[in-house]
Design a protein around this ligand. Sequence first.
Ligand code: ADP
Ligand code: ASP
Ligand code: MG
Length: 403
Amino acid sequence: MSLIVQKYGGSSLATTKNIEYVARKVVGCKRKGNKLVVVVSAMGKTTDNLIEMARKVHNCPPEKEMDILLSTGEMVSVAMLCMAIENMGEEAEGFPGHFAGIKTDNFHTKARIQTIEPSRILSELKKESIIVIAGFQGISPESAITTLGRGGSDLTAIAIAAAIKADMCEIYTDVDGIYTADPHLLPNARLIQRLSYEELLEMASAGAKVMFSRAVEFAKKYNVPFVVKSTFSEKGEGTMVKEILLKEGADVSAAALDEKQAKLTIFKVPDKPGISSRIFNAVGKANINVDIIVQNVSKEKYADISFTVNMSDADKAHKIIQEVAKDIKAEKVLCDTDIAKLTIIGIGMMNHAGVAGRMFHALEKADVNIEMISTSETKISCVIKKSDGKKGLQAVHKEFIEK
Ligand code: ADP
Ligand code: ASP
Ligand code: MG
C-alpha cells in the first residue's frame, strides 16, 4: 500500500466526461490498495472566465473579493469529482483548501503558504475514503480565503505531499510530461525523462507553465520527488523530477517562451543615487515581481530605465510607476505588452564560453531583434517582439537541442 497524492489540472477536468474518466482512474488506483489524496484545479477555462466576469463589474477588481470568486472554481471540481467517485461505489471526502489546513499570508491572489496542518487529512485517511482537496487556495491570518497565484494547484499538491509524507506525488496534465520546449508551440520538442529541481525551476520561472514555479521551489526545499504525466494516456512514464547530481558541462536542456510579459520604461530619469531604490521599492511593496532590468547609459545626467513584469501585474505596476515618475520628475512612463521573453536553460552553461554568442547568432539568422538581455549561471533570457516569439523559439531549439 502506498500513500499517493495526485493532482489533476483544469484541462484534465474540462468536461463531465473528463471528470468521470478521472474518477475511474482514481478509483482504480484506490482499489489497487493505495491511500489517495487528490488535488483538483478548476474545470477547463473556469478561472479565466471568472476573471473576465469580475472585470465586467470592476475595471481593477479588489483582490480580496477576487479570491472569494476564484476559489469557487476549484470547489466545483471537488464536488463533481466526489460525486463521480461515489457513483462508482467508493467513499469520497471533499475539502476546501482551509479544511486541508493550508494557512497563507494575506497577499491576496498571490498568497504564500505559511504552514500546513494536515491533522484533518491524516485522520480522514485512517478511514476508507478518497480525499479530494481544492487546489490553489488557503486561508489568511484574518480568516479570509486566499489564492496562491495562477497555476497554484501544483503547489497545493506538492505541499500536501510534503506535509503528509506521501510516498509519491503525481501531477496529471494534458501533455505526456515535461518537454525540451512547449510541445504545443514546437512539435519537435522532446520528452525529458528525468529532470532536476533546479532545471525545472528555471524552466517554470521562464514561463514554461507546465509546472507552477513556486511548486518546484517548494519541492526542492522539502525534497518532494514528483512525476509529471498525462491524464489521458495510459502508457508512458512521464517526467520524473527529483534531486539529481548535476554534471559539469554546458548542456542546454530546454527553451521556454513567455508571452505573458510586459515591459515598462521610464524615460528621462534623473541619474543620481537613490532613484532606482525609489522605483523598485514602490513596485516591491505592491508584491510585484520584477524580472529583467536595464538602464541605458546616462546622457546629460538622465537615463531611461526599463524592466519587465508579468502581464497580470502590468496595469498595477504602470499606475505605481506613473506616481513615482511624477515624484522623481522623470519625463514619462510607457508600458509595452507586445513583447515575449525567450529563455534557454542549462545548469552550468555560463561556465562555458560561447553559449550566449550562439544564442544571439541563432536569433540573428532568424532575423529576430533582441531588446533586452539577462544572463545567470543557469539561463540566458532575451526580450523580443511577441510576433517573433515562435520563430525565436524554433531557432534556439534547433541550435541547442535538435543538433
Ligand atoms: P494543467 O491544466 O494540467 O495545470 P497547464 O495548462 O497549466 O496544465 O500546463 C500544461 C501546459 O504547459 C501544456 O499544455 C503545454 O502547452 C505547456 N507547456 C509549456 N512548456 C512546456 C514544456 N516544456 N513541457 C510540457 N508542457 C509545456
Ligand atoms: N485554477 C487556477 C488557475 O487556472 C489554479 C490552477 O489551475 O492550478 O490558475
Ligand atoms: Mg497548471
